[in-house]
Design a protein. Structure first.
Lengths: 363, 561
C-alpha cells in the first residue's frame, strides 16, 4: 500500500509540477495571488491535536503540491493547544497560523470569542452544512465513537452491539467485568465529556449505563491510546466511547483488538480547523485549510492518515461515504455549532459532572 | 570583617539578583494568578479569593493532599536509608564489581517517571509480563501497583539514586580513619555504616531526605499513569485535572493549588535550616586527610550483593525490561504469544520522524551543554553564599528551595507566559534557551544542595590559610575551594545531565519547533496514544543516557586515580 501511495505521489508531483503556480480546478482566478503570497511567506505553523506520525502523509502530500511552503506541524493535546493559543493571542505575538483540534467545543469557543480569521474556503460548497461554522471554522473529519473489546477474552454474545446491550452485558456479568471496563475520564478529557453529553441526548437509558460503569468500578483515562493499549493487553476487556479512527487503525495491526460501531447510533466527531486571527502566514494558512478540505486532502486523510474523511464525494474504505453505506442513518455527527459550547460554562459543567457522579453511584 | 571592595561584591550582588529574578519571575506570576478569577491576561479578570474557596471546598483536594503526604513520607523512609547504605557500600568497601554496578544504580533517575511507570504497567500490572509469569510459576502475584502503597514503594525505590548521589559525593570527601577505628574495635561493616560513616554525612542525608520529600509532593508521571485510572489523586494530578475540569483551563485554580503546595513545603525549608545550624561540626576534609582505605566486607559482601541486586531488579530490571520488551512488539498482554508479535517497526517510525530525531538531538544538547552551563551557574550561586553568614546568604538558601516546590508543569507554563509577555525575552521563546532556563530553575534546589554539600565539607582553615597569606576572596575560591570540590561539581554535572534527560513535565508547555525534547515529546505521544513510539523513544532515551553516563564515569574514574 505504501508503494502504491508513493507511486501516486510521484504521479501527483509530476502533474502538480506543471500546475504549480496555477489555481486548483474550480477555485477563483485570484487564488493565484494567495498561492504566490503563501510562497513568499514560506511556511505555515499548524497546531494540531493529531499526532505528527498520523499527519505525516498529509504533510508530505501538501508539500508535493506546494513545495515552497514548509509545514511547521506541532502536535499537542487539545487543552495545551487552547492554553498556548489564547496566551499567544493575548500577547499579540501570534504563533499558530492554523488551529486544528478534536476539542470541537474549545475550537468553537475560540471562534465565538473572535480569535479566528473569517475565511470562506473555495471548498465550502462541497462541505456538509453541519461542518461549516459561520465560514470561520470547518469540520474536517468523520470519526466515529466506538466500543472496543479484547478479542481473546470477550467472545460470542459477550460482544456488545449497541448501547443497551452493553449495559445489559455489564449488569449480567458483574464479576467478569469488575475493574475491566474503561472509558474517558470526563473530568479530564474534553472529547470524552462531549461524547457523554451527546449520549444523554441520544440514549434515554444513559443513566442506567453510567450506573453499570459505576458497579464495575470502571477505569478512566484521558486518551484513546491508553484505552486501546490496556484493552488489547487484557488489563481491560471493554472500552467505551473510544475514538474509532485510532481504534480501527490499531485493530488492523493488532489481532487482539475488536471494534464495534454501536448499532442504535454512533456518535461522530469532526476535527475542527480554523485560521488564527492575526496569523503571521495568513496565505499559507489558507492553502493548508483549503488543502485539508479539498478532495485530494480528504482522500489522504482517509487512506493514509486513517482518519475518516468527511466529504461525501471522497471514496475509499475510511470515508464518511463508506460508513454511511454500512451504517446508514445511525451515524450522528456532532454538528459544529455554537450549541456545543454550552457546557463550557463552569456552573453548567459542574452540575453535569455532579449528575454523572450521582448516576455512577446510584443504587 | 573588613569591608570588601566593589570588585568582590558586585559579581555577588549580580548573581543573587539574577537568581532572584529567575525564581520570583514565574513564582510571582503564579501567586498573582491565584488571586484572580480568570487568566491574568484576560481583560475580564478580577481579583478575589474564589480560587481558594473552590479548592478548599473540594473534597478531591483533601483526598489528594492526604495521598501526597502518605506517598512523600513513605518514599523518604524507603529512599534515604537505602540510598545511604548503597553509597556506603559503593564508596567505602572493597565490594567487587562496583565499577559496573554504579551505572546500574543510577538508571532509575534517568528514565522519565512517566516511562518508568509505563514500564511497571507493562511488567508488573495486572496482566504484565512478570505478573503473568509469577502466576504461572507461583500461582499468584501478590502485588498491586495501582494502589497508594504500590506507588509509594515504587517511588521510594526509584528515588534511591537521588539520595545515593548526594551521599556518595559526601562520602568521597570523608577521611577513612574514623571508620578504621570502628572496624578495629570490632564493628561489623554495616554497623560502621550506620553508626559512623552515615552520621558523618548527615547534612547530605538530611538534604536529600527533604528533597525526596519535596519530590514526593511533586510526583506526577507515576500517579498519573498508575493512580489516575483508579481515581487515586495526588496534589499534582489534582492540579492537572483542574486544567480541564471546568472545560477551559482554570489557571486560577491551578495556581491556587500550586501556592498551597509551596505553603506545605516552606516549613520544611525552615526545618532544614534548623537542622543544619551546626553544620561546621561536620567539616571532614581536614588539612591532613589520610589516604582513603577500603573497608573489607568479608562474608558481608553477600548481604551487600543481595541488597543491591534485589533493589536493582525491582527498580531497574522490571520496568526497563518492560519498556524494552514493549518497544519490540506490536501488542502484549494476557494470552499473547510474544514470539508472534515481534517487530522493529516502532524504531523505524521514530527514525522516520524528523521532529523526534530533532528531539533526541536537543535532549543531548540540553543535557550536556545546558547541564554544564547550569552547573556553572549553580556554582556561582554557591560561591555567592559560601562562608558568608549574612542576610543575603540566608535569603539565597530559602530562594533556591522555592522553585522545586512548584510542579514542573506549572513552572513551564509560567515561563511560557514570561517568554510571551516580557518583551525582551520574546525572541528566545522558540529556542532551546527557554527550555534550559526553565529546567535550571526547576532543578535549582536539587543541584544547589549537591554543590553546597560539597562546599560545606571544605574545612574553613584551608581557605583561611590562603586568606592569611593575602589571597583575595576570588583567588581563594578559584585556587583553593574550587579544586577541592571538583568531585562534587563533576557529580553535579552528571546529576544535572541525568535529570535534564528525564525531565518531562516542565517542557510540555514550551514545546515548539526547535525546542522539542524527548520528555515533552513522550507526554505528547502518550496523550495521542502512540504508545509504540513512546516505548521505542524511551528505549532510545535510556540507551542515549547510558552511553553518556558511561563516558562521564570513565572520565570520573580517571580523575579519581
Amino acid at each position: 500500500m505504501v508503494r502504491k501511495f508513493s507511486a501516486a505521489l510521484v504521479a501527483l508531483a509530476a502533474a502538480s509540477g506543471v500546475a504549480l503556480a496555477q489555481v486548483p480546478a474550480g477555485y477563483p482566478a485570484d487564488y493565484a495571488q494567495v498561492v504566490a503570497a503563501a510562497k513568499k511567506e514560506g511556511k505555515v505553523v499548524v497546531y494540531s491535536a493529531l499526532d505528527t506520525k498520523a499527519a505525516q502523509p498529509l504533510i508530505r502530500d501538501f508539500n508535493a503540491l506546494y513545495p515552497d511552503v514548509k509545514v511547521e506541524y506541532n502536535d499537542m493535546n487539545s487543552t495545551e493547544m487552547y492554553n498556548r493559543f489564547i496566551a499567544e493571542q493575548a500577547s499579540g505575538q501570534g504563533g499558530a497560523d492554523v488551529m486544528w483540534s478534536s476539542a470541537m467545543d474549545l475550537q468553537v469557543k475560540l471562534v465565538d470569542e473572535g480569535h479566528a480569521m473569517p475565511y470562506a474556503s473555495p471548498e465550502s460548497k462541497a462541505i456538509p452544512q453541519w461542518a461549516n461554522y459561520k465560514s470561520e471554522a470547518y469540520g474536517t473529519t468523520y470519526e466515529p465513537a466506538v466500543i472496543v473489546y479484547n478479542k481473546r477474552l470477550v467472545t460470542g454474545d459477550q460482544i456488545p452491539t449497541d448501547h443497551a446491550s452493553l449495559a445489559k452485558i455489564l449488569a449480567a456479568n458483574p464479576e467478569k467485568y469488575k475493574g475491566k471496563v474503561t472509558t474517558y475520564d470526563i473530568e479530564k478529557s474534553g472529547v470524552g465529556f462531549m461524547f457523554v453529553v451527546q449520549d444523554y441526548k441520544d440514549f434515554p437509558q444513559m443513566d442506567g449505563l453510567v450506573k453499570a460503569f459505576g458497579e464495575t468500578s470502571y477505569k478512566v483515562y484521558s486518551s484513546t491510546g491508553n484505552m486501546l493499549e490496556k484493552t488489547s493487553s487484557g488489563e481491560h476487556l471493554l472500552g467505551y466511547n473510544v475514538l474509532g479512527s485510532y481504534a480501527l487503525a490499531r485493530a488492523k495491526k493488532d489481532p487482539g483488538l475488536g471494534v464495534v460501531m454501536p448499532k442504535d447510533y454512533t456518535l461522530v466527531l469532526s476535527r475542527v480547523i480554523f485560521i488564527g486571527k492575526g496569523a503571521k502566514q495568513p496565505n499559507a494558512a489558507k492553502l493548508w485549510v483549503d488543502y485539508v478540505l479539498s478532495k485530494r486532502g480528504q482522500k489522504v486523510i482517509g487512506d493514509d492518515c486513517q482518519l475518516y474523511s468527511m466529504r461525501d464525494d471522497v471514496e475509499g474504505e475510511n470515508t464518511a461515504a463508506a460508513l454511511k453505506k454500512k451504517y446508514g442513518g445511525n451515524l450522528k455527527p456532532i454538528p459544529v455549532t455554537g450549541e456545543i459550547t454550552q457546557y463550557l460554562d463552569p456552573q453548567k459543567r459542574l452540575a453535569f459532572l455532579a449528575h454523572w457522579k450521582q448516576a455512577l453511584h446510584a443504587k | 570583617m573588613a569591608r570588601a571592595p566593589a570588585t568582590e561584591t558586585l559579581p555577588r550582588a549580580l548573581t543573587i539578583l539574577a537568581t532572584a529574578a529567575a525564581v520570583f519571575g514565574p513564582l510571582s506570576l503564579i501567586a498573582y494568578q491565584s488571586f484572580l478569577n480568570a487568566p491574568f491576561f484576560d481583560k475580564n479578570a478580577t481579583a478575589g479569593l474564589d480560587a481558594y474557596r473552590f479548592v478548599f471546598a473540594d473534597s478531591d483536594f483533601w483526598q489528594a493532599f492526604k495521598n501526597s503526604f502518605l506517598i512523600a513520607a513513605g518514599m523518604t523512609i524507603i529512599a534515604v536509608p537505602l540510598g545511604g547504605m548503597l553509597a556506603f557500600v559503593m564508596e567505602r568497601t572493597d565490594l567487587k564489581g562496583r565499577g559496573w554496578i554504579e551505572p546500574l544504580l543510577l538508571v532509575p533517575s534517568f528514565v522519565s517517571p512517566m516511562v518508568l511507570s509505563f514500564g511497571y504497567v507493562v511488567a508488573a500490572g495486572p496482566v504484565g509480563f512478570y505478573t503473568v509469569w509469577a502466576r504461572e510459576l507461583l500461582g499468584g502475584a501478590p502485588w498491586g501497583i495501582y494502589t497508594v502503597l504500590g506507588m509509594t514503594v515504587i517511588a521510594g525505590l526509584t528515588h534511591v539514586p537521588n539520595v545515593y548521589v548526594y551521599a556518595s559525593a559526601a562520602l568521597k570527601n570523608l577521611g577513612s580513619d574514623v571508620e578504621e577505628a570502628a572496624r578495629v574495635a570490632g564493628a561489623s561493616p554495616f554497623r560502621v555504616a550506620a553508626n559512623v560513616s552515615l552520621p558523618l554525612i548527615l547534612p547530605s542525608l538530611l538534604f536529600s531526605g527533604v528533597l525526596v520529600f519535596f519530590l514526593g509532593f511533586e510526583l506526577f508521571g507515576l500517579p498519573l499513569v498508575l493512580g489516575d485510572p483508579e481515581g487515586i489523586l495526588v496534589l499534582s494530578t489534582y492540579l492537572y485535572k483542574l486544567t480541564n475540569k471546568l472545560g477551559t483551563p482554570s489557571y486560577h485554580l491551578m495556581a491556587a493549588v500550586a501556592v498551597c503546595i509551596v505553603g506545605i513545603t516552606f516549613p520544611l525549608v525552615l526545618l532544614q535550616r534548623v537542622l543544619l545550624k551546626g553544620s561546621r561540626k561536620y567539616a571532614s576534609i581536614k588539612g591532613k586527610a589520610g589516604r582513603l582505605r577500603e573497608l573489607p566486607l568479608g562474608p558481608w559482601s553477600w548481604v551487600a550483593y543481595g541488597l543491591i541486586f534485589a533493589w536493582i531488579f525491582t527498580a531497574v530490571v522490571v520496568p526497563v525490561s518492560g519498556i524494552a520488551l514493549r518497544s519490540f512488539v506490536t501488542n502484549w498482554g494476557e494470552g499473547v504469544n510474544l514470539s508472534e508479535v515481534l517487530t522493529l517497526d516502532n524504531f523505524r517510525q521514530v527514525w522516520g520522524e524528523p521532529t523526534l530525531v530533532r528531539a533526541i538531538w536537543n535532549t543531548v544538547l540540553v543535557g550536556v551543554v545546558g547541564g554544564l552551563l547550569t552547573v556553572i551557574c549553580y556554582t556561582a550561586i554557591g560561591f555567592a553564599t559560601h562562608r558568608r553568614n549574612d542576610g543575603w546568604s540566608r535569603f539565597v538558601d530559602y530562594l533556591v528551595l522555592v522553585p522545586r516546590a512548584i510542579p514542573g508543569l506549572l513552572v513551564g507554563l509560567a515561563f511560557l507566559w514570561l517568554f510571551l509577555f516580557v518583551k525582551p525575552l520574546t525572541p528566545l521563546r522558540s529556542t532551546l534557551f527557554s527550555v534550559w532556563i526553565a529546567y535550571s530553575v526547576v532543578w535549582l534546589a536539587y543541584g544547589m544542595r549537591l554543590i553546597s554539600s560539597s562546599l560545606l565539607q571544605v574545612s574553613p582553615e584551608l581557605e583561611e590559610a590562603a586568606r592569611s597569606v593575602g589571597a583575595s576572596r576570588g583567588r581563594v575560591s578559584r585556587d583553593v575551594t574550587l579544586p577541592l570540590i571538583r568531585y562534587g561539581l563533576l557529580g553535579s554535572w552528571l546529576l544535572v545531565f541525568m535529570i535534564f534527560e528525564r525531565e518531562y513535565s516542565t517542557a510540555v508547555y514550551l514545546l515548539a519547533p526547535g525546542t522539542e525534547v524527548i520528555g515533552a515529546q513522550l507526554v505528547s505521544l502518550w496523550q495521542g496514544g502512540a504508545i509504540d513510539m513512546v516505548a521505542s523513544l524511551s528505549l532510545v532515551n535510556i540507551v542515549l543516557v547510558a552511553v553518556g553516563l558511561g563516558i562521564a564515569l570513565r572520565f570520573g574514574v580517571r580523575l579519581r586515580d
